[in-house]
Structures are given as structure tokens and as C-alpha cells.
Design a protein around this ligand. Sequence first.
Ligand SMILES: [Zn+2]
Length: 227
Amino acid sequence: MELPKQFYFPNLYCILPLLILVVVFLTGCTSTFVVGSRGTGRFDTVVIDAGHGGFDRGAKPASGIYEKDLALDTARRVTRKLRENGLHVVETRTGDYFVTLDQRVMASNRLSDSIFVSIHYNWDKKKKASGIETFYLNPNSSRLASRIQSEMVATYHGQDRGIKSRKLYVLRNNKRPAVLCELGFISNSAENGKVQSSQTRQKLAENIAKAILAERASFLSQSANDR
Ligand SMILES: [Zn+2]
């Protein structure tokens, strides 16, 4: 027996409200999921990790001071700025000495209210390579990575190499939200010229601190709204 046509093609006016409901529901789910999974959540402590140190000099610059010294100087400036704004900061090193990767990760793993921010400068055998990039691994660190990345790019109009998910030791062994920032290529003489200037490093540090404070503020305002 042949069925009447409306059994094959339900009337559009009947299914339209249902379709709208499904779309609204899915959109709600997606935005809640994205916001909830990408933010760091509450933190009161920032572990600032100056890359390398001691015999581990890090990358060799086109000229000027090595990566370990640039990273330490920048990290100390970030620390100062965060403390001025009332945040608790733990530094993985405060001088020119070697710290293992495990000791660095332990600094944040033992503090349940912390996030981890590692400071590095980049190097490539292709001297033309330039730009800024930020690494993260856990999705809860991606929004912080984006904030820091865009602030760093704006500091000296560096090429935006984007945020990237990488299984780096200090990221994959970290129980806390964690990012690793590469603030520019010191193998590139033009870019190295910029970051060898303490004025540029001061601006980079201020902007990294600004991004961290913005991430914290967005959590605090979100939880105030939830109350
Ligand atoms: Zn490095």
C-alpha cells in the first residue's frame, strides 16, 4: 500500500521548532564546554620558570647575552609585575644556576592553586626564522596561551606563529595549567636586536603579566556571575 506523501516528507512547519530547539541546545552545550575547558580556573599562585641556567646556556644569540640570561631577566620582570598586582609568585630560579626539568615541574605540582608559565627565547639554524609562539598541552591552558601570545605579538609587532599544542616535558608532566612562551628568535639578528634591549624585555614582561592577570580576572568575574 502506498503511504500518503506527508508520511515521507513531514511538514516543514512541524519540524522547524524542533530543529531550532536542537540548534539552541547544541550551541549552548558547545559554548559552555569551550569556556569551561579552556580557562585555567582559579589560581592565586603563578610559577614563573626562567628557562635554562648554569651550564645550560640555552640558545646562542646573533650577538649579546645568551638565552638563559634573557629568560631570567624577563622572568624576574614578570614576577615583579605580578607581585605589584598582589599575586603570589614562585620562581623556579632566581640566579644563574642549573635547575632540572623535574624540579621546575615540582614547583607547580605541589601547589594546588597554581599555574605555570615558562619563559624562553627561540633559535633556528635558518637565520631568517622569526616570530613569537606559545606552547600548551592541556586544553585548560589554551586560553591563557592565546592571551599571552597576542600580548607578546603586540609588544614589538613580532610575527604571530600562533599557539601550539606540544608534549614538552614541563607541559606533559605538569598537573597545573601550563604554558611555555617563546618570545622571539635570537638567531635572527633583527629580532635579537629587539629582545637584547631591556626596554623591550620590560614591555614583554608587563604584557605577559597583563595576560595572566586578565585570565585570573575572567575567572573571578565568571564565578561572581555564577553566585
Ligand atoms: Zn629555551
